[in-house]
Each structure stands twice: as structure tokens, then as C-alpha cells.
Design a protein around this ligand. Structure first.
Ligand code: GTQ
Length: 351
């Protein structure tokens, strides 16, 4: 069982003389062995993250109250952060590696221009008339649209319509913050170009890219910033027709020029979940957050059953056993995961 005949139960801190511990502490050093099994548990990681659902029907009134209590000038970003109860309110994480907030912007308000080291995306939950300008590209925000604001790119939000606009923010903030590398720079409002965003012009159809982009010199890291939901929904419905019963009807958001995930750290996908059919994705080493775009149903995650409907958001821990089921019609789901980070680190696994 252990080849070198070492002990399963390693030495504890209490086994050591108090003066020895005091000497080490004074020198800012610590023995590894009392903590080794905690840092490197055998066979499976320790997880504090809880399978959890934030119901939009409960979050929305709190968000609207924030709209009354806190003017945008006092918030810059009027966001309520979805805090996984397994990590508490202070950590501001939905999963250890994924930050998720719900942002409210009211007509005429501006969330001023800035750029920062974490990468972010916006996924629109409700309302019409919102927009995000990214490096001068003005991206309209309709329900279900995905808009990237990658690390270092200028972005500001505005609202030219009526009624509240709400979107989900997903950021790789926990990792960037833990690296002591998280900061922002504020700047003057951008001059948005008059053209349509690139999803309407250069990247109109999957499989077609501007000819000159084949020349490596003209490649940019983030050619497509906006992924309109109308296109994704239509593509999911088409994929549904060509996909066997027990397979996933799921599309990944990628860089159209490279086919790689559209951000380096977080992955995004949209899924059509078929009415009344149990769907069990393979357990994965990545954690994820799932947002319900349309429909209702429930998910069993590590033995915990969570019911969900439109606008709800669900936290899924690493290595989770998952079963989803839509009821009363198909459901459309948006997923955020940290698989790209895990792949880059060389340990991403499916089981
Ligand atoms: O809209 O730029 O939820 O900078 C957290 C940090 C949103 C934003 C968040 C941000 C933003």
C-alpha cells in the first residue's frame, strides 16, 4: 500500500516539542508533514464548494433595491456577488476559481471606462438597451448575448433603453487576486466606432473568417467580442436535430480564428437540455457555474437536488457527479467553467 513502508498517519504538530515549534515560528518556517495530507489529499481533492442555486426571483428584488439605495456614482459597477456558502460571504467566489456577479444598470446610467488584469464576460439576463463598449467596439446587449472583456481591454457599460438591464458578470478574479496581480486603471470614455460589432460583419458565419486574418501578422487575440444569443440558439436547435439521444447538445464559445476557448482562463458553452431526458455529463476536474437562459428543471449534484428556472444560477464543484433534467419543455443553459486554466496547468481530467 505504501512502498517505502511509510506511515499512513503522518506526524502531527502536537507531536513536536513546543520550543521547537516556537523556534521555527520565530524564523517563519513550518513543517510540511502535519499539513501534507491536507494540501495533497489522497485520490481526490478536498472541496469546500457547495452545490448551490441562486434563484433569480430572490436575487432580483435585492438588485432592484440596490438600484434605489446606491446611485451608480457610488458603485461604479452596481453588482451583487453570488457567494458560495461553502466559502462564505467574504471570499466573493461562486466556485474557488470563478467569480460571478449580477450587475444592474438603469436607463441613462454609465458604468465608467476602465481596464483590469482579470478577464471578464457579460451574459445578459434581462432588459433592452444596454451596451458595453470594448476597445471602441460598441456591443449591444440583448438577453442571452455573451460579451467578452478580456484582460487589459478597455470597457464601459451604458443603457440607452427603458427599464432595468441585468447581466451576469463572470471573472477569473479569484485566481488573479490570489496572485496579487489584480488591479484596474480608469480612463476617459471611449469614442465608440460607428460600425456594427464584428459578430455582425467579420464573423457572421461559423467556418468563415476574413481572408486577411489567415496571415499571422494580422491576428489579434480577441477577434470576436460579442456572441449574439439569436445565433447560438438557432445553432443549438440545428445541432439538436443531428445529435443522438444520449449525447450533449452543447456548443462552446471559441475564438473563430483559432478554435481555442475565447478566453485563456475560463471556458463558456451553451447547452440545449432536452425535455424530460436525464443528462449526465462525465465528471470533470473543472468547477463550473450554470445559468438558466430559458426553461425549468432540476440538477442532482453530488447527491444534492437543486430545482431551477429561468434566470437562476447554479454552482458546481470540481469532480462533481451531475445529473440534469429539464421539465415542461427544453431548457437552454449557459455554462462557465475553469477547464482552460486546468488545461494550461496540465491536469484537466474527465472521468
Ligand atoms: O463591469 O467591469 O462584477 O470590473 C466586477 C468587476 C464587473 C465590470 C464586476 C468589474 C466589473
Amino acid at each position: 500500500m505504501n512502498p517505502a513502508n511509510h506511515s499512513d498517519a503522518l506526524g502531527r504538530l502536537e507531536d513536536l516539542p513546543a520550543d521547537y515549534i516556537a523556534d521555527m515560528t520565530a524564523l517563519s518556517i513550518a513543517p510540511l508533514w502535519p499539513q501534507l495530507r491536507g494540501l495533497l489529499p489522497r485520490g481526490k481533492p478536498a472541496r469546500a464548494t457547495q452545490p448551490f442555486v441562486w434563484h433569480y426571483a430572490e436575487v432580483r428584488p435585492q438588485l432592484m433595491r440596490a438600484g434605489e439605495l446606491t446611485p451608480i456614482e457610488k458603485a461604479e459597477r452596481r453588482v451583487l456577488v453570488l457567494c458560495n456558502p461553502g466559502h462564505g460571504i467574504e471570499k466573493l467566489v461562486a466556485t474557488p476559481n470563478i467569480y460571478v456577479g449580477m450587475q444592474l444598470i438603469l436607463p441613462g446610467e454609465v458604468a465608467p471606462n476602465h481596464r483590469h488584469t482579470p478577464s471578464a464576460v457579460r451574459f445578459v439576463v434581462e432588459g433592452e438597451g444596454g451596451f458595453t463598449t470594448v476597445q471602441g467596439e460598441k456591443c449591444p446587449m440583448h438577453k442571452g448575448d455573451l460579451i467578452l472583456t478580456p484582460a487589459g481591454l478597455w470597457h464601459e457599460h451604458g443603457h440607452e433603453g427603458k427599464g432595468p438591464v441585468v447581466w451576469l458578470d463572470a471573472l477569473d478574479l479569484p485566481m488573479v487576486y490570489s496572485m496579487e496581480a489584480s488591479y484596474a486603471i480608469e480612463g476617459p470614455s471611449q469614442n465608440a466606432r460607428a460600425e456594427l460589432d464584428a459578430s455582425q460583419t467579420k464573423y457572421r458565419r461559423a467556418g468563415l473568417v476574413p481572408f486577411e486574418s489567415l496571415s499571422l501578422k494580422t491576428r489579434t487575440a480577441y477577434p470576436q467580442i460579442r456572441y449574439p444569443w439569436v445565433d447560438v440558439r438557432e445553432a443549438l436547435n440545428a445541432l439538436d436535430k443531428g445529435t443522438p439521444k444520449d449525447a450533449a447538445v452543447q456548443l462552446a464559445y471559441v475564438n473563430p480564428e483559432t478554435g481555442a476557448p475565447c478566453l485563456p482562463t475560463l471556458g463558456f458553452s451553451a447547452q440545449l437540455l432536452r425535455d424530460g431526458l436525464d443528462f449526465s455529463p462525465r465528471p470533470r476536474s473543472a468547477s463550473s457555474v450554470m445559468h438558466v437562459i430559458e426553461g425549468r428543471g432540476e440538477s442532482e449534484i453530488d447527491g444534492v437536488t437543486l430545482k431551477w428556472s429561468e434566470g437562476d444560477t447554479v454552482a458546481i464543484p470540481t469532480h462533481a457527479q451531475i445529473k440534469h433534467r429539464a421539465s415542461n419543455g427544453n431548457a437552454y443553459l449557459f455554462h462557465v467553467d475553469d477547464a482552460p486554466t486546468q488545461r494550461a496547468l496540465g491536469f484537466y481530467q474527465e472521468f
